[in-house]
Ligand binder design. Structure first.
Ligand code: AMP
Ligand code: GLY
Length: 426
């Protein structure tokens, strides 16, 4: 099969690395890819958000299967367009992608089908939102309805902060049209986990849990980022919790989507809050997490391409998907200054040596080639990924590789996996 992976992050490098291992993959392209992806795929100069250009490219190369990494082309309808052109793809339709593209759509669906989530209200004008806030007890969370690159969520400690958040989103229009509507939500205390399932319209197969580290600094301090590291699975999701998540959250959501005439295909990424042994939905994403995808791909034993094709074909029931028993962990290395301003074009050395440590794989995110040299080209730059018997074991290996990488203009958190390691030690 000729495959095209859309995207250029660490997530897409992990997908390309896994797909390239499949005997069914005869040619692999990435649009636009990065310096690491170039080792396993042919990178083409096509933007991940440019639906027309992706269609033209896929038709011209007679691509058999397109794997879409990021949310924007999914929400914009790339999969529907490919489908019309007779090209198979991994990912939800535009309508089903509303699960991530509109928080109001997602919350209304969960409420209608009694799927556990926070109490909420949806408003298209500021005064009504403020009236609702006035009546709420305790802290609230204010969210722009649409896509806002992960920045449209404001956790408010008191009512004045919440009113200011409404003005920020609806009057100052900090997130543009994404703020046409706002959600006001009850704040849910607890511990956050990510949970992933492959879905083919009717059947869901669990990929398991992961825990991201969103804050930029150790101890979960500093501003939020796209994710500074992750590990999978997390001990917080034991067998009983796994079953509860599948039965009370994932399966009812798939059934609800089918009942609403937008059957879900692709990977369903649930952001969950767990408190007192009960999971509730924080958000849904319609794509793999980045960096969670890196640890999921590192843990998957069976043919990834076969699993992704089975989602598109509606054949998941018959797919044989197996996982390594080990834990995988990824440490993100970012450019100094991220998530604020940072320099691009700084030189990264000794990647080959670092990547040759047993059980370590280095996935590239914001990198590009300058001649034969790898230079930084974004905020999050590398995902140093390892597998080990325990989280601690995987963490030790990942940091051994991190320490071998020569990149003075980069940094990383030194405590990825701390919650699980505390549990392992307990
Ligand atoms: P979201 O993009 O909706 O997942 O929100 C981003 C982050 O805000 C989440 O990962 C949580 O840490 C936090 N958050 C969002 N909604 C809530 C909520 N209702 N209660 C507590 N924390 C929340
Ligand atoms: N790492 C979180 C996300 O991809 O949304």
């Amino acid at each position: 099969m000729k495959i095209l992976v859309v995207g250029s992050g660490g997530r897409e490098h992990a997908l390309c690395w896994a797909i390239a291992k499949s005997p069914k993959c005869t040619k692999l392209y990435a649009a636009p890819g990065n310096a690491g992806i170039a080792d396993v795929a042919e990178c083409v100069n096509v933007d991940a958000d440019d639906i027309d250009a992706i269609l033209t490219f896929a038709k011209s190369k007679k691509i058999d299967f397109v794997v879409v990494g990021p949310e924007i082309p999914l929400v914009d309808g790339l999969v529907d367009n490919l489908d019309k052109a007779g090209i198979k793809a991994f990912g939800p339709s535009k309508k089903a992608a509303q699960l991530e593209g509109s928080k109001a759509f997602m919350k209304d669906l969960l409420a209608k089908y009694d799927i556990p989530t926070a109490e909420y209200g949806v408003f298209d004008e500021p005064d009504a939102a403020k009236e609702y806030i006035l009546k709420m007890d305790g802290p609230v969370v204010v969210k722009a309805d649409g896509l806002a690159a992960g920045k449209g969520v404001i956790v408010c400690h008191n009512k004045n902060e919440a009113y200011a958040a409404i003005d920020h989103i609806m009057i100052e229009r900090a997130f543009g049209d994404a703020g046409d509507e706002v959600l006001v939500e009850e704040f849910m205390p607890g511990e956050e986990v990510s949970f992933f399932a492959l879905v083919d319209g009717t059947t869901a197969v669990a990929m398991g849990s992961a825990q991201d580290h969103k804050a930029v600094h150790d101890g979960d301090t500093g501003p939020n980022t796209g994710g500074m590291g992750a590990y999978s699975p997390t001990p917080l999701v034991d067998k009983a919790m796994h079953k509860m998540i599948m039965e009370d959250i994932i399966q009812p959501t798939i059934e609800a989507m089918a009942a609403e005439d937008c059957p879900y295909k692709g990977v369903l990424f649930a952001g969950l809050m767990i408190k007192d042994g009960k999971p509730r939905v924080l958000e849904y994403n319609v794509r793999f997490g980045d960096p969670e995808c890196q640890v999921l791909m590192a843990r998957m034993n069976s043919d990834v391409l076969e699993a992704l094709v089975a989602c598109a074909d509606g054949n998941l029931k018959d797919a044989k998907i197996t996982w390594k028993k080990s834990t995988a962990l990824v440490v993100v290395m970012a450019a100094d200054g991220y998530p604020g301003n940072y320099a691009k074009g700084t030189l990264i050395n000794n990647l080959a040596n670092a990547g040759s440590i047993k059980g370590v794989e280095i996935f590239h995110a914001g990198t590009k080639l300058q001649g034969k040299k790898v230079v930084s080209n974004g905020g999050r730059v590398l995902g140093v990924t390892s597998i080990g018997k325990t989280v601690k074991d995987a963490q030790d290996k990942a940091y051994e590789a991190v320490d071998a990488i020569e990149w003075p203009e980069g940094f990383c958190r030194r405590d990825i996996g701390w919650r699980a390691i505390e549990r392992e030690d307990a």
